[in-house]
Design a protein around this ligand. Structure first.
Ligand code: ADQ
Length: 471
């Protein structure tokens, strides 16, 4: 249990649901969904209880009504599902969320599509989520809205006088980039319906304050406050952590997996298959490493797991083809009868296997082009006793994890050099750096994050003391 408990029920709102109900030949099964936001928040909800409002995206989700108790194995909180039509899924989710906002906020503006139909459905879907919140929230509720899919919800529910906070899980870009969105005012005003808005890093929070100024809001930079009409909106920095205990409590059973992979060193990468994660660049860097360091041929393997993600969105299908081709080319060129340089899996893995992969890996390779935080790197550090981390300077996690080998993900040469440094790092240095990283991940875990956010949030409702001695 956490020390900081909110004095009212928590109503959490996200696009993705934490658990889906799926029909199989064995009947309806309940499955945990993959993704950073769900990973972080399921741990939170298990501790606080309350209601989670999310899109019921699976066919069997509504078979027993729109409200269920989850996690299915040991229910401790309520999931209220929102039903979206096919048109809303297409234009709100795959369209505005994933083909407009996602690329813009990850600096892939050339991929962004600005389409009025997308926008209209985004407004409509946000209205549905807002209504679902109003159905379950009471005057005492603390409503916590998450991520870029739901930026309009705070201002839509504001009239009902709930306490509202928002957490933005992806990067917040500078005004130069944000200003390209034709609906920038609506999005910004939507978010400002919150009393507190959280980001992963100082840099994103500064960008947000800069955008507020550019849009004409009065900003108090020292106190990180945006004045919006007669209200103050507090902007805060809360780098998300992981459920540290969950990763340390798994016993080491990685030797079975390890013995099946040839060579002295295993490098590991696991991501949703997404163009922002830098997976293609990682493959090219590994190829360059093998070319420049032939002594490592047959002795090193890159294991890359990619989870299918947003598979109906064109850019993701294109990227999958490119990745298939790239892995095929590299393996075709360098494989021998008893060595395959890259082992590539396009599938989700269970939690148990995820931890086995982390434990067997000598090096984790995390090279996103842009990433709000990145939980994979923290999970690896928690799961291992020692290891080496190669981390993109453009992952939010790089602001904290400075003992990693930090690389520029656009620079293939730098990543290849990083791999060399990692596999040849002296034991002493490896241990020293890893212990420092482990200390940080242990200290700022998911409980720390939640407590920091909740205590900042509650403070906003404590009435200020009248100044003593004033007339
Ligand atoms: P994501 O973009 O989803 O999250 P990330 O933070 O790396 O990215 O989290 C991915 C999660 O999915 C991890 O918990 C990982 O273990 C899991 N995962 C990935 N591939 C998997 C697979 N094949 N099988 C099973 N599990 C898999 C968004 C932002 C991030 C931010 C988080 C949290 O884009 O920047 O860190 O939210 O705020």
């Amino acid at each position: 249990m956490t020390a900081v408990k909110l004095p009212g029920e928590l109503v959490l709102v996200t696009n993705r649901e934490p658990y889906s109900h799926e029909r199989t030949s064995k009947g309806i099964i309940c499955r945990k969904r993959v993704g950073g936001v769900v990973s972080a928040l399921d741990s939170t909800m298990r501790k606080t209880g309350g209601t989670w409002v999310a899109w019921g995206s699976s066919k069997a989700d509504f078979e027993n009504g729109d409200v269920v108790k989850v996690p299915c194995s040991s229910p401790c909180y309520t999931l209220k599902r929102v039903k979206l039509s096919e048109k809303e899924r297409e234009f709100y989710y795959r369209g505005f969320s994933n083909r407009t906002l996602w690329p813009v906020f990850h600096l892939f503006t050339e991929k962004a599509i600005f389409n009025t139909q997308f926008w209209k459905m985004y407004v409509k879907a946000n209205t549905k989520f807002a209504k679902a919140v109003m159905d379950v929230a009471t005057d005492d509720s603390f409503v916590w809205v998450h991520d870029y899919h739901l930026s309009l919800v705070p201002s839509m529910i504001q009239n009902t006088a709930h306490k509202i906070a928002f957490f933005w899980h992806i990067p917040w870009v500078s005004w130069n980039t944000f200003s390209k969105i034709p609906w920038r005012d609506e999005i910004f005003n939507g978010l400002l319906g919150s009393d507190l808005i959280g980001f992963h890093t100082k840099y994103y929070a500064q960008n947000f304050l800069e955008c507020a100024e550019q849009l004409g809001f009065q900003v108090n930079k020292k106190q990180s406050i945006v004045h919006h009409g007669d209200r103050d909106v507090k902007i805060g920095v809360f780098p998300v952590g992981i459920d540290y205990q969950q990763f340390t409590s798994v016993k080491n059973r990685s030797h079975t997996l390890r013995s099946k992979i040839k060579g002295e060193k295993i490098i590991f990468g696991i991501d949703r298959l997404d163009y922002t994660k830098g997976i293609l660049e990682r493959m090219l860097a590994f190829k360059q490493f093998i070319e420049k360091n032939p002594q490592w041929k047959g002795k090193i393997t890159l294991v890359q797991v990619a989870t299918p993600s947003r598979t109906k969105v064109e850019e993701y299908r294109t990227m999958k083809h490119e990745l298939d081709e790239s892995v095929g080319c590299i393996n075709g060129e360098y494989s021998t009868v008893d060595w395959t340089p890259i082992k590539y899996f396009y599938q989700p893995v269970s939690f148990d296997n995820l931890v086995k992969y982390y434990k067997m890996a000598d090096v984790i390779l995390v090279t996103p082009i842009m990433d709000g935080m990145n939980l994979v790197v923290k999970e690896y550090i928690a799961a291992k006793d020692t290891g080496v981390v190669i981390l993109s300077e453009f992952a939010g996690a790089a602001e904290e994890l400075k003992e990693a080998i930090i690389v520029n993900p656009y620079d293939i040469n730098a990543i290849a050099e990083g791999i060399k440094e990692a596999v040849e790092m002296p034991e002493d240095e490896k241990k020293k750096r890893f212990m420092a990283l482990k200390g940080k991940v242990r200290q700022k875990d998911i409980n720390w994050w939640m407590e920091k956010f909740f205590s900042e949030w509650q403070k906003l409702y404590i009435p200020a003391h009248p100044e003593s001695g004033s007339a």
